[in-house]
Structure formats: structure tokens, C-alpha cells
Design a binder for this molecule. Structure first.
Ligand SMILES: Cc1cc2nc3c(=O)[nH]c(=O)nc-3n(C[C@H](O)[C@H](O)[C@H](O)COP(=O)(O)O)c2cc1C
Ligand code: SF4
Ligand code: SF4
Length: 295
């Protein structure tokens, strides 16, 4: 096969995805780079642990779901600690159900501060996975699948924009960026630290351990006896959506104990750690945090 001129390029995409929408988009983008003969490595944020070597890559892509008009707190930590980009090209994408305000522009500013040249930062509309305030989309509904296809269909345009070097940073103005920064910080403080401790476990829990294994923040322990929550939740709602018994709910649920849970088709969250009994309180630091090159 004749290699195209751009094939010396190599892309690294680091994404966080609670329930799979962002993973679907990351995958669609990676495939599109592949069609352009550009090798792309995809990593889930919770699997990127330390001293990640960015040097083989020509482009770094960052993807996240929008939470409260901003990015999740694990992504904020990562963006602040990324290795110095030294002018490396970067792009940002988010998935959302409605509005992201300046989330992508804010992420682009964090990247710029770390020395990256951000070519493009875009939000992609898809469906809701959030169970507490609005209720999630039905993953099997035709409308959901249609929205997913519409989102993925935008990958070629996005990649073309990145490769042309003439992309756009959406809503890159002070008002949007400030709104995202403020709501993001407020959300991290209020929802992340207060609301997340209040998850309820219903009697249907079979102590299967799935919630503990899939939690990206090691926020759940003791699931082989009775799941307990620490106070460092992202509110990604992965535990709520992946509990096979639908036994995790929240007192603030507007649609109490709805039967619908959202999991994007084909997505399997990384299984991070073995489940525990509550008697054996796991070491809080069993999962290494994100420690990047400059730390
Ligand atoms: C806690 C929480 C807050 C959310 N806030 C927003 C929001 O402010 N704006 C929006 O458009 N979507 C919001 N959403 C919806 C998600 O961004 C959207 O469903 C996303 O595609 C989920 O991606 P994932 O499946 O990769 O986790 C929120 C979802 C959650 C769980
Ligand atoms: S995933 Fe659900 S059923 Fe399994 S331990 Fe957690 S709460 Fe219980
Ligand atoms: S406790 Fe649940 S909602 Fe919170 S970070 Fe873990 S999986 Fe996500």
C-alpha cells in the first residue's frame, strides 16, 4: 500500500468516558485518522498513570463528557499536570446532551498553558447519561442510536479540520470560558464532595462488586459485603448505570428509581480493581494517581 505523505504523524487520544459516548467519539476519530493512514493510540484517562511518554506523537487529543458545563474533575487534574507540550499540536472534543458553554475552550486554555498548540476544540451533541436530574436516554431507543450515528458522522470533518491545521476553538470568549470554569468548580465542590456521598444502595444489591470495579476514582469499597462511598466522586454515574441490579440510586433522583440506565452500545468500562469486603478497608491510594512528567 502506498503511504500518504501525512503518515509520519502519530496521534495520541486520551479520553474520559463514564458511560461510553465519549469513547464512541474517540473511537470514530481514531478510525478516521486511520483512514488517513495515521496511527492513533487511544487511552482511557484512568489507565494513564504516570510518566506517559508523549514524544512519539505529533498530535495529542483530549476528550471528555460535559458535566455541569465543564469537564470532569479527573480531566481537570490531568490537564493541569500534563507534560509540557513544547509546541506540540493538540485538539479537544467533548460529548454532551445539550450545552457545554466554554468547556472545550477552557480545556484548550489549560492545554495552551502547558505549551500545546490547540488546533481545534469542538463539542459533539449526543444523548444524556445522567440519572439524577433529567433521567438518561434509553440506550436501545431508535432516537438514541440515531443521535450516536449523527455524532460519529462528524468525525471525518473534525479530523480534516485538525489535519488542515485550520480548526476552530468553539465559544472561545471570556463569558463562556468563565461560566464553564465557575460551574465546573462549583460542581466539583457540591456534587462531587457532598451529593456523591449520599448514593443509596437498594436491597436488590447482590454484592457482585461491579460498581467497585468500574469506579474510575476508587470511590467505592466493600462491595462484596455492602458498597460504601468515599467522598471523591466525579459523578460520572458509571456505577449507577452499570449496576446489573439497578440498585444504586440517589435521593435527589427526579425520576425515582427509573428503570432506564444508560450504557453506550459496545462500551465496556475499564475494570480497575478487584472488589473488596468492607472489613478490609482498601488502602486509599491503591490506585496510583495521575503523576505526570513534571511532578
Ligand atoms: C453529572 C453529569 C452532568 C452533566 N452535565 C451536562 C451539561 O452540563 N451539559 C450537557 O450538555 N450534558 C451534560 N451531561 C450529559 C453528558 O455530558 C453526556 O451524556 C455525555 O455524552 C456522557 O458521556 P459519556 O458516556 O462518555 O460519559 C451531564 C452528565 C452527567 C453524568
Ligand atoms: S453493582 Fe449493584 S449489585 Fe453489584 S455490588 Fe454494586 S450495588 Fe450491589
Ligand atoms: S462513585 Fe460512581 S459516580 Fe462516583 S466516580 Fe465512582 S462510578 Fe462515578
Amino acid at each position: 500500500m502506498t503511504r500518504k505523505p501525512g503518515s509520519t504523524q502519530r496521534v495520541l487520544i486520551i479520553y474520559f468516558s463514564g458511560t461510553g459516548n465519549t469513547w464512541l467519539m474517540a473511537d470514530a476519530i481514531a478510525r478516521e485518522f486511520g483512514r488517513n493512514d495515521i496511527k492513533t493510540d487511544l487511552f482511557a484517562l484512568e489507565q494513564v498513570q504516570c510518566k506517559f511518554d508523549f514524544s512519539p506523537y505529533s498530535h495529542i487529543g483530549i476528550g471528555f463528557p460535559v458535566y455541569a458545563w465543564c469537564f470532569p474533575s479527573n480531566m481537570r487534574r490531568f490537564l493541569k499536570r500534563m507534560p509540557n507540550g513544547q509546541g506540540k499540536r493538540a485538539f479537544v472534543f467533548s460529548t454532551m446532551q445539550d450545552k457545554s458553554w466554554g468547556s472545550e475552550a477552557l480545556a484548550a486554555r489549560y492545554l495552551k498553558r502547558r505549551g500545546y498548540k490547540v488546533i481545534s476544540a469542538r463539542a459533539f451533541l449526543v444523548v444524556n447519561n445522567e440519572t439524577i436530574y433529567y433521567g438518561p436516554a434509553d440506550p436501545r431507543a431508535p432516537w438514541t442510536l440515531e443521535m450516536i450515528e449523527k455524532m460519529k458522522a462528524q468525525a471525518p470533518g473534525f479530523v480534516a479540520e485538525i489535519l488542515s491545521g485550520k480548526g476552530e476553538i468553539e465559544r472561545n470568549d471570556v463569558l463562556h470560558v468563565l461560566a464553564s470554569q465557575l460551574t465546573g468548580i462549583a460542581f466539583d465542590m457540591l456534587d462531587g464532595y457532598l451529593a456523591s456521598r449520599n448514593f443509596l444502595i437498594l436491597e436488590g444489591c447482590t454484592n457482585c462488586g461491579v460498581c467497585e470495579r468500574v469506579c474510575p476514582e476508587n470511590n467505592i469499597f466493600g462491595s462484596l459485603t455492602w458498597p460504601q462511598f468515599r467522598n471523591r466522586c466525579l459523578m460520572c454515574e458509571r456505577c449507577v448505570n452499570y449496576c446489573p441490579e439497578k440498585a444504586i440510586v440517589h435521593p435527589l433522583h427526579r425520576i425515582p428509581y427509573s428503570d432506564i440506565r444508560y450504557r453506550a452500545p459496545g462500551y465496556h468500562p475499564p475494570r480497575l480493581r478487584p472488589p473488596t469486603r468492607w472489613e478490609v478497608m482498601p488502602d486509599a491510594d491503591v490506585l496510583p494517581g495521575l503523576v505526570a512528567e513534571n511532578d
